[in-house]
Design a protein around this ligand. Structure first.
Ligand code: SF4
Length: 449
């Protein structure tokens, strides 16, 4: 398994960690939108639950999601509930008390294809297995083509506090080209229904740099999105992923990817419009109104532990990164054949380390401390608030400068990094050349010369 700093299952978070869109201007005004003292949260977890079902497969999508398999939904939810219970037990604190869980995220796939009863069942199981904060952020990803008011109301009653909708575009032609199952109007209807159901925090995802998309159609999408005034917006540039229909179209010359400069212009256009509308950028691809930064995603940017469960989910826990079995049937079979919870809990370990919290993990990798330090720095530098050097020192027991100073001298001299008080940030120039900085942080790219 690779040592990528951002796990690909949860990769909709962002473009690759080492790929900064060019020349975006962060907005440093206002309150910080990162977690205060993240080092104090190392004993807590965030819980990611993967729901791999979709009505149809979008042409650009390489997520672990499957169309035409809804018949497995009940068995899958049962397996997932069982795995949550087991994970809670395996992740207990040394004194036997449940571990604190700050956020829960239903990602996919299309989690809104679950029934409200299934969502409620999974949340009840999670609350029994972990010490879930009373005010935990509980996000559910939803496809606007699968939502109507009644279901939204039920999701909220089940304990979901935040909705994240894959809107992707307000251009009907582009939605069809992407293979999306919804129309522009259905986005607006679903958003209105979410508000009517009482959701006070709604994210909309959009994709830009789509072949055939002009600056004016992108601007029209942004205007229509901003007219809704969602609390959060995530904007991703289209990435051509191997194994997708889009990848084949590009290889066959039937589709031409958008030029990087055009994509950069779209990014800048979005930045300007969102800033003017009062949104604050807190990460490369994420903007929010005050108080609505996604706490779950901040777990990733602060490189804090998270337990990912479900087919193909990834996790980062107790110094190990792992990945679960990807095919739905494999995943179910693995969880169903795990020893009973009581047997496992009672069996002696004979000096063996505690098992991973994920019963269906098929790959795992211990992350050495120097790599964890580098990844924490790289992820922290993606945040507009930058990396808190005091928290870093408390977390690792060593000063950032004493570990990285020598190898960072060239990029500091080149004015790519700046320190203000206890905050380390990329400069404006550094954001253009983020790869230069990140390469020097990674231990196997020890570029001190
Ligand atoms: S709805 Fe989402 S997860 Fe499902 S195929 Fe489309 S992009 Fe992929």
């Amino acid at each position: 398994m690779s040592s990528s700093v951002v796990d690909d299952q949860q990769a909709r978070l962002s473009p690759p960690a080492t790929s900064f869109p060019p020349d975006h201007t962060p907005h440093h005004s206002g309150a910080r939108m990162s977690l205060a003292n993240p080092d104090t949260l190392l004993d807590t977890i965030s819980l990611y639950l993967h729901i791999p079902f979709c009505h149809a497969k979008c042409h650009y999508c390489d997520f672990n999601s499957y169309a035409g398999m809804l018949g497995l939904r009940e068995r899958y939810v049962d397996a997932l509930a069982r795995e949550i219970a087991l994970a809670g037990q395996r992740a207990r604190l040394p004194d036997g008390t449940p571990r604190r869980c700050r956020t829960i995220f239903f990602g996919g796939g299309t989690p809104s294809l679950l029934t409200a009863e299934q969502v409620a069942h999974l949340l009840t199981t999670a609350r029994a297995a972990f010490a879930v904060d009373a005010d935990a952020e509980v996000t559910l990803e939803a496809n606007p083509g699968t939502l109507e008011y009644g279901r939204l109301d039920e999701f909220r009653a089940a304990g979901v506090t935040r909705l994240s909708m894959g809107a992707q575009s307000f251009d009907a032609g582009l939605l069809r080209w992407m293979g999306r199952i919804h129309s522009p109007e259905e986005i607006e209807t679903a958003f209105a229904s979410a508000k009517q159901a009482g959701f006070s925090s709604v994210n909309l995802d959009f994709i830009y740099a789509l072949p055939g998309q002009s600056q004016s159609t992108w601007a029209a999408t942004l205007d229509r999105a901003l007219a809704l005034r969602p609390e959060h917006l995530s904007l991703y540039s289209l990435i051509v992923e191997e194994g997708t229909p889009l990848f084949n179209w590009v290889r066959q010359g039937r589709v031409h990817p958008v030029d990087d400069d055009v994509a950069a212009d779209m990014y800048e256009l979005a930045e300007a419009r969102l800033a003017a509308a009062g949104y604050r950028q807190y990460e490369i691809s994420n903007w929010a109104l005050p108080g609505h930064a996604c706490r779950h995603n901040l777990t990733y940017w602060h490189n804090l532990p998270y337990i990912g469960l479900g087919a193909g989910a990834h996790g980062w826990y107790s110094g190990q990164r792992y990945a679960e079995a990807r095919p739905i049937r494999d995943y179910i079979a693995r969880v169903e054949t795990v020893e009973s919870l009581r047997d496992e809990h009672d069996s002696p370990r004979n000096g063996q380390p505690a098992p991973l919290p994920a019963a269906a993990a098929v790959e795992d990798e211990r992350i050495p401390r120097d790599l964890e330090m580098a990844e924490t720095a790289i992820l922290g530098l993606r945040l507009v608030d930058g990396l808190d050097l005091d928290a870093f020192a408390r977390r690792f027991g060593s000063d950032f400068a004493s570990v990285f100073s020598a190898r960072l001298t060239p990029v500091r001299d080149a004015d790519l990094l700046e320190t203000r008080g206890n905050i380390l940030r990329l400069t404006e120039r550094g954001r253009l050349l983020g790869n230069e900085v990140f390469a020097r942080l990674l231990p196997d790219n020890d570029a001190t010369s």
